[in-house]
Design a binder for this molecule. Structure first.
Ligand code: ZN
Ligand code: ZN
Length: 78
């Protein structure tokens, strides 16, 4: 099992903060600025898929690697 960026704490899951902007420079915020989904990865387990609300960019947390193989996606399609 690889470390996929989530750590268990007494309060639940602590997650790294989302990236401040997409690759095209759009601000990623709650509301209209971003859509967060979950990508199921055969290699890592889960990625958080953060879709930019202004363009088609999708940022994965943890970042997608060459070993990653997405098998299913919850939420909005990126
Ligand atoms: Zn964007
Ligand atoms: Zn992966």
């Amino acid at each position: 099992m690889t470390d996929h960026g989530l750590r268990r704490t007494r309060l639940g899951w602590a997650e790294p903060p989302p990236p401040p902007q997409c690759v095209n420079g759009h601000p990623l915020r709650g509301g209209n600025g971003m859509v967060v989904g979950i990508a199921h990865c055969a290699h890592c387990g889960l990625h958080r898929a953060i879709s930019c609300g202004f363009c088609d960019a999708v940022i994965y947390r943890p970042p997608r690697t060459e070993q990653c193989s997405f098998v299913a996606m919850d939420g909005r399609r990126g």
